[in-house]
Design a protein around this ligand. Structure first.
Ligand SMILES: Cc1cc2nc3c(=O)[nH]c(=O)nc-3n(C[C@H](O)[C@H](O)[C@H](O)COP(=O)(O)O)c2cc1C
Length: 365
């Protein structure tokens, strides 16, 4: 029998599981965060990166990205900006608007951000970054009465000549940062190559007390244990893997707790999860946002579902919540779903190989 891992805390916030849903711009909206939490095993989920100035101006897009709900707790709000931006003020705004944790983005490699607006730029100037971190920590501490911790998410460094993460994490700890997450890539890599889990271990060993969360290329529940073993990190953040399989947290957490990873969900269960995602999009977002989201997301979901080309087509051509829901419903097999694992073109039941009349009409309309 495996001993359950010790609880992980980010400052005063105790995580129910040491697994974090990563911020993924354009994907980790409120509906998706709640979906992952409902599947189980998520200790904390983060918003997309939020621009400090836009947040304080109250632009509708930023407010939508920062929207949270009681079922979205604990919620980490991730802010980005540089030393001249009003990050402390934006962090206080986030505290007032439901953030349980404030995260500072120190890893975004995208030119628009990293050339002047923060992100990985913060890896390049330790002095200014530390001053900024101290200002944010002080402001949030005062504003929240010590209730809300501040964390940082970084890469290893800009490039292999500048492996700054261990020293930076150590300095940030002294500045009052309550945890760091390390994506095991260099900024110059963007998302190419593989994440270096060994180097994440160097960051773990560089800090005294705060938890370090490892991140990068965790797509299967087994990877969580492997990353923790390779680096000694206290928990794991999952990004793209969750877009494909929002149930990865539940399986990984079960594996950590009991030593046995439960089987992959059946096809019916995966379809039910997609249906639930559509419901949550309807509850929390506009139709326009939902259609845009599901058109992109159905490809990710489809990757683990065998031959579901027609389902993807119908979802991509849907124009209402009902059309999307009906498309999913039509694939659910009332008599059971024992075929999901090995399911492919040949194993697909006849009814699923040919479009039914209703979905053909939907597509044509
Ligand atoms: C499309 C996309 C958007 C991302 N947006 C953010 C973001 O807003 N903030 C952030 O800190 N990281 C962002 N990331 C990086 C992820 O949080 C994560 O660090 C990275 O994808 C590696 O983890 P993974 O292999 O589990 O996906 C993004 C990654 C992708 C692919």
């Amino acid at each position: 029998m495996t001993a359950a891992p010790a609880p992980v805390r980010i400052g005063p916030v105790e995580l129910a599981a040491p697994l974090l849903l990563a911020p993924i711009a354009g994907h980790t909206d409120l509906a998706f965060r709640i979906l992952c939490r409902e599947q189980g095993g998520v200790g904390i989920a983060y918003t997309d990166l939020l621009n400090s100035r836009a947040l304080l101006r109250g632009t509708p897009k930023s407010l939508q990205l920062a929207a949270t709900a009681p079922t979205d707790a604990p919620c980490g709000m991730q802010l980005y900006g540089n030393w001249d931006d009003p990050l402390p003020e934006a962090a206080c705004w986030a505290v007032e608007n439901g953030a349980a944790v404030i995260d500072i983005n120190m890893g975004c490699p995208v030119d628009k951000v990293a050339k002047k607006n923060g992100g990985s730029l913060l890896l390049c100037d330790a002095v200014n970054t530390m001053r900024l971190a101290e200002r944010i920590v002080r402001a949030v501490e005062k504003h929240s009465g010590g209730r809300v911790p501040v964390t940082a998410k970084m890469r290893l460094g800009w490039d292999p000549e500048r492996f700054v993460a261990p020293q930076l994490a150590r300095d940030l700890e002294r500045a009052g940062i309550a945890a760091v997450t390390v994506h095991g890539r260099w900024t110059v890599q963007f998302f190419s190559g593989t994440a270096d889990w060994q180097r994440i271990g160097e960051v773990v060993r560089a800090v005294d007390r705060i938890p370090v969360f490892g991140n990068g290329d965790v797509t299967e529940p087994e990877h969580v244990q492997q990353l923790m073993a390779a680096s000694g990190c206290h928990g794991v953040m999952i990004g793209r893997g969750a877009l494909r399989t929002p149930w990865v947290f539940r399986r990984a957490w079960e594996g950590l707790r009991t030593g046995t990873i439960p089987p992959e969900p059946t096809l019916n269960q995966k379809l039910a999860c997609i249906g639930r995602h559509i419901d949550l999009l309807e509850q929390h977002h506009s139709l326009e946002h939902a259609l845009h989201c599901m058109r992109a997301r159905i490809s990710w979901y489809g990757k683990t579902m065998g031959h579901v080309g027609r389902l993807k087509d119908v979802i991509r051509n849907s124009r209402t919540f009902k059309e999307m829901r009906d498309a999913v419903q039509e694939w659910i097999r009332p008599e059971g779903d024992g075929y999901s694992r090995a399911w492919g073109r040949d194993a697909a039941p006849e009814a699923h190989r040919r479009p039914r009349e209703s979905s053909a009409q939907t597509e044509a309309s």
